[in-house]
Design a protein around this ligand. Structure first.
Ligand SMILES: NC(=O)c1ccc[n+]([C@@H]2O[C@H](COP(=O)([O-])OP(=O)(O)OC[C@H]3O[C@@H](n4cnc5c(N)ncnc54)[C@H](OP(=O)(O)O)[C@@H]3O)[C@@H](O)[C@H]2O)c1
Length: 243
């Protein structure tokens, strides 16, 4: 397994959940050596027989090809990639920090999108595999409180769906995961939204999706119906929701 965003709490929960079913050799790919090493220690303690780390920043687009190849190369292959890179950024309406807003879009869409394309190419060259893409319910309908994050996730989600259709006859499967509010360091200090959940519960939904052959899963499951309704709400009505 290769985790892009190798320190992500959700990404690591997915590894631990899959590790329960079969021993996993794992490459953790991320931007910070120390936090990657402590995540690797945690996975070794959870029973993963081999955990390697590869330093790679999502913003360093020129190094993506080399970084992904290094992860596959040092691991001696790979058949599941989890794309968990993401930042939440400033909340509220019009961003005060424009550079920060642009960086959120660069990390979540351009950086993560580039990693997704490189990972898909690497898997196809090796005969196939599965990519789990951490999208968000925010991708389904942009809200006033997180327009920038929502836009970036909508772009990534669309890219993942299009690539899934393009590659499904070539052995590369892409599972799009749309969690709601997950209690991780990304959401520390925020009031939990309704139906808030945990990394472990998201990991269980990922496993369900992988085993059931799904293209998309929501976490928790009930969000699927809720988002169907939200997507269909007329704008004047949607605007009244102050979230
Ligand atoms: N938590 C939620 O409520 C929630 C809901 C829906 C979707 N998601 C999505 O789920 C994914 C995982 O989130 P999480 O909750 O597990 O949060 P997290 O623990 O903060 O994980 C985010 C990951 O992205 C990495 N990252 C950020 N910027 C990067 C960059 N420039 N280059 C490389 N890596 C970078 C972080 O690395 P560092 O350790 O170096 O910062 C970390 O590994 C994200 O895509 C997020 O958008 C989260």
């Amino acid at each position: 397994m290769i985790v892009l965003g190798g320190t992500s709490e959700i990404g690591l929960a997915v590894v631990r959940e899959l590790q329960r079913g079969a021993a996993r050799e794992v490459a953790l790919v991320g931007r910070n050596r120390e936090s990657l090493e402590s995540a690797a220690e945690e996975l070794r303690a959870a029973g993963c027989p081999q955990v390697i780390t590869v330093e790679l920043d999502a913003l360093d687009l020129d190094r993506h090809a080399e970084g992904i190849e290094r992860a596959f190369g040092e691991l001696g292959g790979g058949d599941i990639v989890v794309l968990a890179v993401g930042v939440l950024g400033e909340r509220g309406g019009l961003p005060k920090d424009v550079a920060g807003a642009v960086e959120v879009m660069q990390v979540n869409l351009v950086g993560a999108g580039s990693l997704l394309i490189h990972a898909a190419r690497a898997l196809r060259e090796r005969g196939g595999g599965t990519i789990v893409v951490l999208s968000s319910v925010a991708a389904e309908r942009a809200r006033r409180s997180n327009a920038v994050y929502g836009a970036s996730k909508a772009g990534l989600d669309a890219l993942a769906q299009g690539l899934a259709d393009a590659l499904h006859e070539e052995g590369v499967r892409i599972l799009v995961v749309r969690p709601g509010f997950v209690r991780t360091r990304m959401t520390t200090g925020l009031d939990p939204a309704p139906l808030s959940t945990t990394p472990q519960a998201v990991a269980e939904r990922v496993l369900d999706g992988l085993n059931g052959g799904a293209d998309t899963v929501w976490a928790p499951r009930a969000l699927r119906l809720l988002m169907l309704v939200m997507r269909m709400l007329p704008r004047p009505l949607f605007r009244r929701i102050k979230q």
